[in-house]
Design a protein around this ligand. Structure first.
Ligand SMILES: [Zn+2]
Length: 144
């Protein structure tokens, strides 16, 4: 049998309830919720229009793919696009194309892009609690 997790005595009743809430949800559920809310945030930022062609967009495009956890929920790593542009103009053999790279440099600047690159390619480990806190932050911040 698993030992119950002891919380420090200093932690008050309210904080205890928050900690319990944080621990309750499965990691995969939290990630799914984060992806959903993040997609809504990016859509809102671009008013639902594809950055490349201006038509109605359908989803988020990550410059550094979603497997890079350091930038998976980073606004500067994402744009809102239609699927046609996503597949035909932005990605070439699963790599961001030239247009996408130029767009990133134009919007972030060389330094900003370098910062993003370091964040994406570095090793990022999210604890389940950290993910939950990020989700709570987005939920509160954006009221979506
Ligand atoms: Zn498009």
């Amino acid at each position: 049998m698993r030992k119950p997790i002891k919380t420090p005595r200093r932690v008050g009743k309210r904080s205890n309830l928050i900690l319990q809430y944080i621990r309750q949800e499965k990691r995969s559920t939290i990630i799914k919720k984060l992806d959903t809310i993040f997609s809504k945030i990016i859509k809102k930022k671009y008013q639902g229009k594809c950055v490349k062609c201006g038509r109605a967009g359908q989803g988020v495009s990550h410059y550094y793919s979603r497997k890079h956890l350091g930038t998976r929920w980073e606004e500067s790593n994402c744009i809102w696009v239609c699927w046609a542009c996503h597949f035909h103009h932005l990605e070439h053999f699963k790599q961001p194309g030239e247009w996408y790279h130029s767009y990133m440099i134009k919007t972030l600047g060389e330094d900003g892009f370098e910062t993003l690159k370091i964040k994406a390619l570095g090793i990022t480990k999210w604890s389940t609690s950290d993910l939950k806190i990020l989700l709570m932050h987005y939920e509160r911040e954006y009221h979506l």
